[in-house]
Write a protein that binds this ligand. Structure first.
Ligand code: ATP
Length: 546
């Protein structure tokens, strides 16, 4: 039952133990929604950002016409003139309704009150059996979970419609509430499996209503109130409303504000894109699922400006290109999905939108959104700032406001997905040849925090010196580590847990014929190859590109 939850716990524990991700300010008890990246985590995240920057800014892909698309980069300030956020709509619209427990002070999203997690059910049998319910229950993450059976009325169990790709259909689905504590939603039908109470609930009930009680302590709740998710601060010495500023909740607005600067200071022409990677801050009411929903995170955003008549074509191109980027870096499994939004789901200004989603152990959730935002943003800034945002096309002599295609992804969510995908348990022989459980992170070589580890088999007979020589040659070109401590099998396993694709070992034979062994992380196969540092560098680089 707890398989997926156990898996998430194992990943969180490995992330901490091996220095990928730590709770922020842990020595003071941490702070909800904030995380620090340790020595391996920072390399992983940097590799993700480098791959994104390289693949879309430095060496952008070929567009629909077979020529490289035009892309440039930007790095804007986190704090901007507050008028930006009025024009963008964030001051008025970036709200989540919230209710507070008057007893234990816990805060909940009022519009998602009874649904702390949503888990998709892709195959629902004609008759819902205990086994089926148990299998869906194992998909739960931490805490109470609501399982949504899109398009199904669960009693009587009649098959209506099923689109397995729709992870979040919201046209009156029914939900199964998992293990809701006392004060759970009133239900005409409840049942028990293994001591856990389950309810069938109309999904409308996920909204907090009069008389609902706190799921944590049973206390009374406040009325729903609006809660703006932007963090506020003050710029300058005065702390009054005139000095109020916001920490940006997204990087996109910095791009829109600089779109004219980029046009005026470069020779770029529409269609073109501006890319930015940077921190964003959202005062999320319920940060959860490890780094997935944090209050401080990094975004990787592109605003691609094009003529309205080409917007649909560019939208489709970006949607497919961004999806392919994730698969190319290892999210190959059936866990990655591309979900087109239903018409009703679209924001009023958006013409189309799709989410790249990943099936995390806690459920299917968004990694990135790709949207056709029309000319909404440029128009809004043009109106609010009084600056002309139009573009003049020299060739067609047309002046127009470009449409914008926005692929907007989160670096932390990508890192978490790559971590979950890479996590693997298998068996490897120990020093005595006995099979032992092995934990290995099978990262794509481009993302692996350390590319190669170099070991002397023993700390004598000139082996450390030779290994150090190889290490010195390789580390100039890639992240490499040198390790001479402990049994070599244990050193291999340490590197497996870090996701290092290759280990080079200098042994007795090296001292005779100059060859070394190279061990592949995934197959654990060892090969003997020439140990000359220059040849080794070429060999490893070649294999990292696979
Ligand atoms: P969600 O519906 O999950 O809150 P969103 O649709 O509000 O996400 P966007 O505003 O489209 O997200 O932001 C673009 C990307 O930024 C998301 O796809 C996600 O990868 C990342 N992101 C957004 N909010 C968070 C967060 N609280 N923690 C980590 N990453 C986030």
């Amino acid at each position: 039952m707890a398989g997926e939850q156990d898996l998430m716990e194992k990943i969180v524990s490995l992330a901490k133990r091996r220095g990928f991700i730590y709770p922020s300010s842990e020595i003071y008890g941490g702070i909800n929604g904030f995380w620090d990246y340790g020595p391996l985590g920072v390399e992983l995240k940097r590799n993700i950002k480098d791959a994104w920057w390289n693949d879309f800014v430095r060496c952008p892909p070929l567009g629909p016409d077979g020529r490289p698309i035009q892309m440039v980069g930007l790095d804007c300030s986190i704090i901007m003139n507050p008028k930006v956020w009025e024009a963008s709509g964030h001051v008025v619209n970036f709200n989540d309704p919230r209710v507070d427990c008057m007893q234990c002070k816990t805060r909940f999203r009022a519009d998602d009150f009874w649904r702390s997690e949503l888990v998709s059910v892709t195959e629902v049998p004609e008759v819902v059996t205990d086994e089926f319910l148990e299998s869906v229950a194992t998909k739960r993450g931490h805490g109470p979970v609501f399982l949504e059976c899109a398009g199904y009325e669960l009693q009587p169990i009649v098959r209506r419609e099923l689109d397995s790709k729709k992870a979040k259909v919201v046209t009156r689905p029914w939900v199964i509430a998992w293990g809701v504590q006392s004060g759970g939603p009133p239900s005409p039908r409840a049942f028990v499996i293994d001591g856990n109470r389950y309810y069938f609930v109309d999904s409308d009930k996920t909204v907090a209503r009069d008389g609902d009680k706190c799921p944590a302590c049973g206390g009374a709740l406040t009325e729903p109130r609006k809660f703006n998710m932007m963090f506020k601060s003050h710029a300058g010495a005065m702390e009054d409303s005139s000095s109020e500023v916001y920490l940006r909740p997204e990087t996109a607005q910095g791009i829109f504000c600089n779109y004219k600067n980029v046009l005026d200071t470069t020779r770029i022409k529409v269609p073109f894109g501006i890319a930015q990677i940077g921190k964003a801050f959202r005062n999320e009411i319920n940060p959860r699922n490890f780094t997935f929903r944090s209050r401080e995170f990094e975004q990787m955003e592109i605003e691609f400006f094009c003529h309205e008549s080409q917007a649909d074509q560019w939208y489709k191109w970006w949607r497919d290109t961004r999806y392919a980027w994730y698969t190319g870096l290892g999210l190959k499994s059936s866990k990655l999905r591309l979900r087109d939004h239903e018409k009703e789901e679209l924001a009023h200004y958006a013409r189309a939108c799709a989410d790249v989603e990943y099936e995390f152990p806690f459920g299917v959730a968004e990694l990135e959104g790709i949207a056709n935002r029309t000319d909404f943003d440029l128009k809004a800034h043009q109106t609010a700032s009084g600056r002309d945002m139009t573009y003049f096309d020299d060739e067609t002599k047309e002046r127009f406001l470009p449409y914008v295609i926005e692929p907007s992804g989160g670096c932390d969510r990508a890192a978490l997905a790559f971590l979950c995908e890479a996590y693997c348990e298998d068996e490897a022989p120990d020093e005595n040849g006995a099979m032992q459980k092995r934990t290995v992170l099978k990262f794509h070589p481009r993302l692996a925090p350390i590319k190669v580890a170099i070991f002397p088999l023993v700390k004598k007979d000139g082996m450390p010196e030779r290994a150090m020589e190889i290490y010195s040659a390789l580390r100039v070109n890639m992240t490499a580590v040198y390790d001479e401590k402990g049994a070599v099998g244990r050193r291999y396993r340490r590197q497996d847990e870090a996701g290092t694709p290759f280990c080079l070992t200098v042994d007795g034979q090296t001292m005779q014929d100059g060859t070394v062994t190279i061990r592949d992380r995934d197959s654990m196969k060892q090969e003997r190859i020439p140990g000359d540092p220059a040849a080794l560098l070429a060999y490893v680089q070649e294999h990292l590109r696979r």
